[in-house]
Design a protein around this ligand. Structure first.
Ligand code: HEC
Ligand code: HEC
Length: 323
């Protein structure tokens, strides 16, 4: 009897801990502090820099517009620039249904600059809700503040797109875990372009290459798999897997030279995306080739230099598998 009572008490304590912990996670988190009281000047220089980053480096516009997956690499379809609505759900392997929100002034017009800044650098939305890290706020939060201001100035300059989208919903247990993810930003200073490795690392962070080129579990990168590829992108016709972009000679890009690397991206710069139809039944690539093809050659070269400097990992990836 006594033993039973002890077990009962332990159980009660455990239940209280779980309920208490759950309530804490749901009510007190996320908390990355109040939105800053800032007013971001929308200078022409910032808007231009922001346009470059949002369209060709950080791929903001790619996720927050409609993409046409009938075409190679899913270029942005005309007509909904920044209006959001792209769905990332369980069928694609995500722990819930997440929708890229509208980021044009139609939707963000009522947000203060500080609220937008907090959202994209710490993962906390206007109403204090956690943003699923598919939105690369962890990476934006490691950029130079000045670059983040430029991105915001550019977003503010977009023509308003009148479009309302469904609200994201995470599945259990990610609906709890998600609240523990947002954290304060760790801003950096943009390295000098002549410091190629550091500058390349800065761009690789800003482009969040690692988010696709690693393996993940419940939305978090599995430590030790960074840049070695293997993340799966499920499609009706089959599975695409991200490539190993570590300098391993047999399974990575160890045998690529700089010119080859740059050419692989620049191949998409001057061709009309509508000319590259994906054959029926073929597996398409989620690699945003069009986005990056607009990157400056010197920026791509810096990315190459950085990727050559990381630890090589032997990991064979079958990039395209039909079912
Ligand atoms: C890989 C796709 C992806 C990329 C790249 C991306 N976002 Fe997002 N973004 C999302 C998704 C999905 C959400 C919603 C997350 C959620 O609901 O939990 C989001 C949320 C947001 C929000 C919050 C809006 C709201 O109504 O809650 C803003 C602002 C935003 N993104 C701006 C940006 C900017 C600026 C960039 C580039 C620096 C960017 N996004 C890059 C997918 C993306
Ligand atoms: C949305 C996910 C996604 C993002 C973001 C992404 N990649 Fe990829 N990448 C892929 C996938 C999937 C493949 C494999 C399919 C293919 O080759 O097109 C790939 C292929 C590649 C290849 C070709 C490798 C080969 O063996 O042919 C290179 C190089 C590459 N990525 C580099 C990068 C770099 C550098 C970045 C960041 C600037 C980046 N990727 C960002 C998904 C992504």
């Amino acid at each position: 009897m006594k033993a039973l009572k002890v077990v009962g008490i332990i159980l009660l304590v455990l239940i209280a801990a779980v309920v208490g912990g759950g309530t804490y996670i749901k009510t007190a988190l996320p908390n990355t502090g109040p939105a800053l009281d800032i007013k971001i000047e929308r200078s022409a220089q910032r808007i231009q820099r922001g346009e470059y980053l949002a369209n060709h480096v950080s791929a903001c516009m790619d996720c927050h517009s409609t993409r046409n997956y009938q075409l190679y690499a899913g270029p942005i379809a005309p007509g909904n620039f920044g209006g959001g609505g792209e769905k990332f759900d369980q069928q694609m392997g995500f722990p819930g249904a997440f929708y890229a929100p509208n980021i044009t002034p139609y939707a963000l017009g009522s947000w203060s600059d500080g609220e937008v800044f907090r959202a994209i650098t710490t993962g906390v939305g206007k109403e204090g809700e956690a943003l699923f890290p598919l939105m690369p706020w962890g990476h934006v939060g490691q950029m130079d503040k000045e670059d983040v201001y430029s991105i915001i100035a550019y977003m503010r300059s977009l023509p308003a797109v009148k479009k309302d989208n469904p609200v994201s919903k995470a599945d259990f247990p990610v609906n709890f875990i998600i609240n523990t993810l947002p954290h304060k930003a760790h801003f950096t200073t943009i390295p000098n372009e002549s410091d190629t490795l550091k500058y390349g690392a800065y761009l690789v962070n800003a482009a969040a290459c690692v988010d696709c080129h690693s393996q993940t579990d419940h939305g978090s990168i599995i430590i030790g798999t960074e840049f070695s590829g293997g993340m799966e992108f499920k499609q009706p016709s089959g599975i695409a897997r991200s490539a190993n972009i570590t300098p391993d000679k047999t399974t990575g890009i160890g045998n690529w030279d700089k010119a080859m690397f740059v050419a692989r991206f620049k191949a998409f710069e001057n061709i009309s995306s509508s000319s590259l139809k994906v054959p029926v039944g073929a597996v398409n690539t989620p690699m945003p080739w069009y986005v990056y093809s607009g990157m400056k050659t010197s920026d791509l070269e810096a990315i190459y230099a950085y990727l050559r400097s990381i630890h090589p990992i032997k990991h064979e990836v079958n990039r395209f598998e039909k079912i």
